[in-house]
Design a protein around this ligand. Structure first.
Ligand SMILES: Cc1ncc(COP(=O)(O)O)c(C=O)c1O
Length: 449
């Protein structure tokens, strides 16, 4: 029996006990709570690594759910942000930098003919759906099972996989993500399983004339990086055209990550509207909704409302300008994708040596790991696969200095700094090997009981 890793979290635990008296669950986002004795409080991050207040260092593959595309506290972006501070913040007026950043985005993503800034992914998708509704004069919309589009009520409907039996002919129930989401909103949302072409056609035939938009994440950034097949997205494009529906590709996670032109560039499908956030400014809060000129001009007096006090903040804009410049003009995206490719190969070597069947989905810059011969091609198939090995292994990885999401539905995210520091790869693979062996030992011990 190997020794169990013994991570000291005494300071984080003490902080939790203090924080929980003032902050619900002791945190500022429910997903940051990992249990009373496992919730981590960060001291700082630099490059591809994070340090907690106990002094434990981690190679970080969550990267704040994706934004730190270059790495934490990137000197180049932070220097630009500091200059942005001198501009003064927000003015309830516009600055020249908005056009500079919008021009860069339009250069990188041809579908982004016009651009509007927002502060978060949620705000951007909310604006995109409103825009689609204003442009089409319709209210209903289509979501893909396993997709996530933010915290506003219209997006907070999901397929209830917990309560669904694999192989069942019935659809999973559509349920809200939690309490406080009005059931009356639900009747406007329709859900379809990813990559089911027939089902998509049938749904458009039935509801297409009432749909304002179809929202899709072609790599599901909150569902193991499950990928849409190119023919599925092409069919979605065709059906949207046929029924006058706006195709919204939500690139909040994939944008400026999987390629300069996003997942839409890789698939060769042009949406009517796109949303971006996360990687735009290496973690400074900025997002955008972009798209077809005629659609985007619906943002006007008497058209779709859009604004916000903090929109196009001078710090975030300056950071976005520098971050996008780096992503556009340097090999940063190749560097981080190479790290992902090497990491997947290294993990595979460890798993293959132990006869553990596995596969990956997504893109080397954000991938999902499965303990099955092929990755699922939709959320229903995910339910059929076994993710208990992953869940155990993730906990050991934390103890061994690797931060991945404990929930297997969150992909592993790469940043440029991972690729520039060879020890990130060697440290990760050493920890993966140990975590796999510890998990195997646990399973063997359980089987022997
Ligand atoms: C695809 C997608 N859309 C929208 C959002 C919401 O973004 P935010 O958390 O910035 O509001 C997320 C967040 O993870 C996302 O992954």
């Amino acid at each position: 029996m190997q020794d169990r890793p013994n991570r000291d979290l005494s300071k984080s635990n003490a902080q939790f006990r203090r924080a929980v008296k003032r902050l619900p669950l002791g945190v500022s986002s429910t997903f940051r709570y990992w249990g009373d004795d496992r919730t981590v409080y960060v001291h700082h991050g630099k490059g591809g690594r994070t340090w907690d207040i106990d002094g434990n260092g981690y190679v970080d593959y969550r990267l704040g759910y994706g934004p730190a595309i270059l790495g934490y506290a990137d000197d180049r972006v932070d220097a630009a942000a500091r200059k942005g501070m001198e501009v003064g913040g927000v003015f309830a007026l516009s600055t020249e930098k908005e056009l500079i950043v919008a021009d860069r985005i339009a250069k990188m993503v041809p579908a982004a003919e016009l651009v509007r800034f927002s502060n978060s992914g949620t705000e951007a998708v909310m604006a995109a759906l409103r825009l689609a509704r204003a442009f089409t004069g319709r209210e209903e919309y289509l979501l893909v099972e396993g997709g996530y589009h933010g915290l506003f009520d219209a997006a907070m409907w999901m397929a209830d996989m917990e309560g669904w039996t694999p192989g069942s002919n019935a659809d999973p129930d559509v349920v809200p993500y939690g309490k406080g989401i009005p059931p009356t909103v639900k009747k406007l949302a329709h859900l379809v399983p990813m990559n089911d072409m027939q089902r998509l056609e049938d749904t458009f035939r039935k509801h297409g004339d009432r749909l304002a938009a179809m929202l899709i994440e072609p790599i599901q950034g909150n569902c193991c990086a499950i990928m849409a097949r190119v023919e599925y997205v092409r069919l979605a494009r065709e059906l949207c055209d046929r029924y006058g529906v706006m195709l919204i590709i939500d690139e909040v996670k994939t944008g400026f990550r999987v390629g300069k032109g996003g997942i839409q560039g890789i698939l060769g499908v042009k949406p009517d509207i796109t949303t971006f956030a996360k990687a735009v400014a290496n973690g400074y809060p900025i997002a955008l909704v972009a798209g077809r000129e005629d659609v985007m001009r619906t943002f006007r007096y008497g058209g779709a409302s859009h604004g916000g006090t903090y929109t196009a903040h001078s710090v975030s804009l300056a950071a976005a300008e520098e971050c996008l410049r780096i992503l556009d003009e340097t090999p940063a995206l190749e560097t981080l994708a190479n790290h992902g490719t090497q990491l997947m190969a290294g993990i595979s070597a460890i798993l293959n040596a132990r006869g553990i069947v596995h596969s990956y989905s997504g893109h080397p810059s954000m991938f999902g790991l499965f303990f099955d011969a092929a990755p699922p091609d939709n959320y229903r198939a995910w339910k059929a696969s076994d993710y208990s090995f992953y869940d155990r292994m993730a906990h050991y990885l934390h103890d061994l200095g690797i931060i991945v999401e404990p929930d297997s539905r969150e992909p592993w995210f790469m940043c440029e700094a991972h690729g520039l520091d060879a020890t990130c790869l060697t440290d990760t693979l050493a920890a993966v090997e140990r975590a796999v062996d510890l998990t195997l030992e646990d399973l063997a011990a359980e089987a022997a009981e």
